[in-house]
Design a protein around this ligand. Structure first.
Ligand SMILES: [Zn+2]
Length: 384
């Protein structure tokens, strides 16, 4: 496909024409003027997606066609790259989910291009109440390299990121082996102490998964694992900025500590993209999604039951609450996670890069997806 898009550069605010050839940005020409008021930005990248719109990647009956459906729905929501996320479950269920995702990639080019890796979040996490979050206790276990290798084989090497807790004695050796094999390691769902976190970083961990969530309700003022991770210069951090998982003050402080190394994840569950109502959750029982997008346990409304927001909604939250400028919020959802994954030499809206682009409408404080382009192909266009 050989084509071009006109609009406003999301960062410079200048009118531009992006020329695309063979899936690549051939050229970006600055124009004197353009009639288009739409912004052109890099496509969103979500490294933690548990499901979307009624489909759960951890459902043991997950089908390949459902992964295609989620991929299409995410593209419509501006996500041009994502990591399906498989969480703690029985060994066999984890294997099955991984296998199905992998098969869906092999059999469909768009799915293959959009799913750039799989995130395995568990089962090597903390057993403690709080850090464990909603991960089922019965399946939480010590890091096990052989088990991981068997799962990795099922995916034909597609696991690119694993979240582990470094509080196990087996953690450091495990982290080293993962990193050696090219898999990125994140610290998360952890109750680890200072020296365990330091050792994990030394072993090669490079990310804090949804920092500030999956933590004890009460923590000693210091030391604690939030300070330890914030203080580590080698750790990037992912945050869920949906307006429910972290208070604004926390987001503000986190972003000030690691302005270049913070990126957004949706951590969306199957309830994202569904209308408000009462639903049945496989791990949480009855859950309620209210009209503001907050997902909580019906019996304990103070407890969240996961995220029901898209990455776009998180970007909009940051902008609306002036926690980030518009270009910065867009980059936290696009360029930054790609820089973390570090597979491509150059990322973003630049000549020679992959043409994963969005055409966005920005009204008041809300971005809306008008078009999504994946590897140069128009994969979504809003109906008028
Ligand atoms: Zn989690």
């Amino acid at each position: 496909m050989n084509n071009s898009i006109e609009g406003i550069h999301y960062q410079t605010g200048k009118p531009i024409k992006v020329i695309i050839k063979d899936g690549i940005i051939l050229e970006i020409i600055e124009l004197e003027a353009t009639e288009s008021k739409s912004l052109i930005a890099p496509g969103f990248v979500d490294l933690q997606v548990n499901g979307f719109q009624g489909i759960d990647f951890n459902d043991s009956n997950l089908e390949e066609s459902e992964i295609q459906n989620v991929t299409q729905t995410l593209l419509e929501n501006g996500v041009t790259t994502y990591f399906p996320t498989v969480i703690t479950n029985s060994d066999e269920s984890i294997r099955r989910s991984l296998k199905t995702i992998s098969k869906a990639c092999s059999s469909n080019k768009l799915v293959q291009n959009t799913i750039q890796g799989i995130h395995l979040e568990g089962p090597f996490l903390s057993k403690e109440e709080g850090p464990r979050g909603a991960h089922p206790l019965e399946y939480i276990q010590a890091p096990n390299w052989e088990k991981f290798c068997a799962w990795q084989e099922e995916t034909e090497g597609r696991i690119e990121l694993i979240t582990v807790s470094p509080e196990w004695t087996e953690s450091n050796g495990f982290i080293e082996k993962c990193v050696e094999s090219g898999v990125k390691v994140a610290i998360g769902h952890t109750a680890a102490n200072t020296s365990q976190i330091e050792a994990a970083v030394k072993a090669g961990a490079t990310l804090s998964t949804h920092l500030g969530n999956a933590a004890h309700l009460m923590l000693p003022r210091h030391p604690n694992y939030l300070w330890d991770q914030l203080a580590s210069e080698k750790l990037w951090m992912s945050i869920i900025a949906d307006g429910f998982h972290l208070p604004e003050a926390v987001i503000k402080v986190f972003m000030k500590v690691k302005p270049e190394y913070t990126f957004l994840i949706s951590d969306s569950t199957q309830f994202a993209g569904l209308p408000p109502g009462k639903y049945q959750s496989p791990i949480g029982g009855e859950v309620v999604l209210n009209k503001y997008g907050r997902l909580f346990m019906e019996k304990k409304p103070e407890l969240l039951a996961g995220s029901a927001s898209s990455l776009l909604q998180c970007v909009n939250f940051l902008v609306k609450h002036q926690l980030a400028t518009l270009p910065e919020a867009i980059e936290m959802a696009s360029i930054r996670p790609l820089q973390y994954i570090n597979k491509e030499k150059s990322v973003g809206l630049r000549r020679g890069n992959k043409a994963d682009l969005l055409v966005l409408d920005f009204k008041a404080t809300e971005l809306e997806i008008l078009q999504a382009v994946k590897a140069g192909e128009l994969v979504y266009s809003k109906k008028h």
